[in-house]
Design a protein around this ligand. Sequence first.
Ligand SMILES: *[C@@H]1O[C@H](CO)[C@@H](O)[C@H](O)[C@H]1NC(C)=O
Ligand SMILES: *[C@@H]1O[C@H](CO)[C@@H](O)[C@H](O)[C@H]1NC(C)=O
Ligand SMILES: *[C@@H]1O[C@H](CO)[C@@H](O)[C@H](O)[C@H]1NC(C)=O
Length: 974
Amino acid sequence: MDTLYSNLLNPPYISHFLLLLFLASSYLHTSSHFCFCLVDGVPSIGSVRSCIEEERSALLSFKQDLKDPYGRLSSWVGRDCCQWEGISCTNRTGHVAKVDLRNPCSYDDEEGTYYNQSWLGGKINRSLLSLKYLNYLDLSCNYFDGIHIPKFFGDLKSLRYLNISSASFSGEIPPSLGNLSKLNYLDLGNSFYNTRSFEMHSKNLNWLSHLSSLKYLNLNGVNLSTEVPNLLHHVNMLPSLLELHLSNCFFESPPLSLQKINFTSLSVLDLSFTPNFDLYLSNNEVNTSSFPSWLFNLTSLRKLDLRWNSFGGPFPDELASLKSLEYLDLSHCGLEGQLPASLGMLKSMQHIHLSWLLLWGSIPASIGNLSSLKTLDLSNSNINGSIPESLGKLSELVRLDLSANPLEGILTEAHFINLTSLKICHIDNDGRPMPLVLNVAYDWVPPFKLQELGLEDFRIGPGFLGFLQSQTELEALSLRRAAILGSIPDEWFLKISSQVEYLDLAYNNFGGRLPFQLKFPKLMFIFLDHNQFEGPFPLWSSIAQILDLQSNLFSGPIPSNLDQLMPQLTYLDVSENNLSGTIPPSICNMKYMNTISLRKNKLFGEFPQQWSLWSEISIIDVSHNNLSGNIPSSMGIPSSLHEFKANNNNFGGEIPFSFQNCTHLAILSLGHNKFTGNLALRLGSNLSTLVVLGLRSNLLSGHIPHQLCNLVYLRTLDLAHNNFSGTIPKCLKNMTSLVKADAPFMESELSNIYDGQTTIMSKGEELDYGDYASFYWGLNIIDLSSNNFEGEILEQVGSLVELHTLNLSMNQLTGEIPSSIGKLRWLESLDLSHNHFSGHIPQNMSSLTSLSHLNLSYNNLIGRIPSGNQLETLNDPSIYEGNPSLCGAPLSTVCPGYDTGHIVPAEDLSKDDDEVFWFHVSMALGFIVGFWVVCGTLVLKKSWRYAYFKFFDNIKEKVALTIALKLARWQGKL
Ligand SMILES: *[C@@H]1O[C@H](CO)[C@@H](O)[C@H](O)[C@H]1NC(C)=O
Ligand SMILES: *[C@@H]1O[C@H](CO)[C@@H](O)[C@H](O)[C@H]1NC(C)=O
Ligand SMILES: *[C@@H]1O[C@H](CO)[C@@H](O)[C@H](O)[C@H]1NC(C)=O
């Protein structure tokens, strides 16, 4: 699971990272900032007297109906019920006043879900009604498995405090709760990740208006969609209200209009996730709404949380009227425009979260007046210009996050001069070409000791090394693409080695040997990829979970006891190094391994037999080595595989049948080996998740099995250079991904995890495509070239309308080229050369407007070469040569009855080179476009943002949350 983590840090995943981080952080710090003190009205608690018998037996009946698998109520025996766990009685009368059975909610790392540690469940017995003096009832975070809230709660007339939040109740909230006229505190909220399983709703909130003493109301996650128009009307009957939580309540937009506000003492307002998260995740364009103006009358407001709303329109200047505001979160709100200078008037402000907005303009210098500011998060909000020096005045500032904004300019000592409290600092300009520059004097001693520092895409002056030397408390450091001149001195590694947990030095020009002897006792996440580090594998930490050494000059063998040296590894990428030797079999003992890439090294010998021990493995890439022998299957193949790449090795034997059991397999790349046998039984419905099947250049034979057509997600089918024979199956038209524009993408973790590469032949060149591209920009290739296929290609080829490349060259195919081929509107490359095609070239091939590579040479085609549109540009005569009966331009053979032969101009001879050039350019563009689609445009164009959230939905939530929380932990003090 940790593998996701790392790739979230690689573009284009960085935005997931931020999004997840945001999610995590927001969930972690809800409710922590404001201490709501309710005590007023709750009688003093104690146990001078022993309890009243009638109440004791009521509690016992209550206990009897509860499920208590963890024995939490084991103290509920004996006479004095006032001594029982969770029970408190009043001092004077000895009546039970308080039943507090709250279960500490906790998050389980392994499971990736919130789970209620030692929950109580079952039914709630009416005997509670005998507790006449009960004023405090807390059953929160237990697990009542979807039962309804008991109606009789409305008869617990003394209640002042009722908390049954996140306890898996469902159904209609009983209107009888309206009888609890003494209630101060009502929490029926559901934590975010519980909302999906159990949903509460209230069709009519009249009951709420009766709770006129209410100071705290939490209905988070309750479906109030039918009550939107009246909601504020009901809330307006609660004049004492101090806190109102209506997050994720299924409104489409926050309630807009209100005549006159009654609840003017409101201190905390949470209307986040309006519309609720499901709407964001759906494909639909979310309607925007305007910023509710009644908010500006809530002048006592200290905390305002409106993140994940869908406001259109400019950033509201009037916010400055909320003078008491200490906490403001408008992240993911769709607000546009400039940050008003008036923000600087909110003198009490402590926490500003304005990430993922559509802002422009720079950070107002007046921010420097917010002398209490502790958090400033403006990440991913398109803020440009230079960073104001006034920021350096914020002596209380703990967390500064300006990451992923098109910032520019030079940062100097002045920007940091009084930041004495700063612990967390993230600044980067999202990979834009004009880097930010950090220019500080070498002997400058910063006023802070940071725990986290992320300066990515920076140009860092030489003074930085002095700066770094002073940062001896770093737990996380990222200097990704920081273009640091020189190398990091060993002494500095020594200084930070004892506490650093996260280290990212990727994409720099660091060279030389690393200090290998160093021990980093806490280091878990190590990114040293894309540098020029030399020497053996660094073994710095025995608790490493991620080790990314891709593209360096590391050499020597993979340590044979790596399983003991780094037993926690989940992600190991040593691709593109000079590692030699064999793959140590002990590597299969690393039971958490999820992604392992050994691509492009000099490894030889056999693939380890016991690889089925990897029960969590998702991605294995051993391509481009000198490995030999069979793909071992005697002990099984791990069924959790999503991606297996062993291409460009010397593997032989048959492709193991047990790949059938890999029900998530999306990429199987075995090209350029010596595999033999046929495919007949080895493919089919069981592998229906395949997206890429690469078997190029092997010794495979036999027919293409019809089951191949069941691969509805397949986008790349490469069987070229084998000995396959028989006809091309008619059922190809069932391959949905190649037939339908809106075919569903394979929902695979793959797309979110590892930015691997697949070597694919396209337009006469083998290229490494990022897997992300294969999945989301659909390469859509069928390459059956250099086999012994025979027979005709039928009209149904025309159904493969999503195809980009079709290569059937070097076979024994006969018959005419079907005219339906003109329907392949995206076809860029068509190679039918070296077959026995006969007849005319269909005229409608001129409608293939995307075609940039065509080869029809060495067939028996006859007649005039069609012209028009794209075909005019494909004027290299060699693409038609070897067809003695073809005539017309660009061939010099004049068609009978015409005399206008076309002479090939000299400059066209360089066409091939040009094409290669343009192909690379378009690849590069593809990458840039891809990158910006995800990272850049999202902030700029709203509809794309929502599409992106849809994409986000494909991630298994559990995984996402795990990562998010791990990141959050890494992020430190949120
Ligand atoms: C109730 O009893 C507890 C413990 O005996 C004591 O601490 C508390 O002050 C008492 N409260 C009142 C109001 O007497
Ligand atoms: C304000 O609250 C009072 C009593 O709580 C109620 O009578 C009145 O109608 C409310 N005003 C509005 C405008 O809702
Ligand atoms: C907000 O305050 C203004 C000025 O006091 C008042 O005129 C207006 O009616 C108030 N609006 C609401 C919705 O209470």
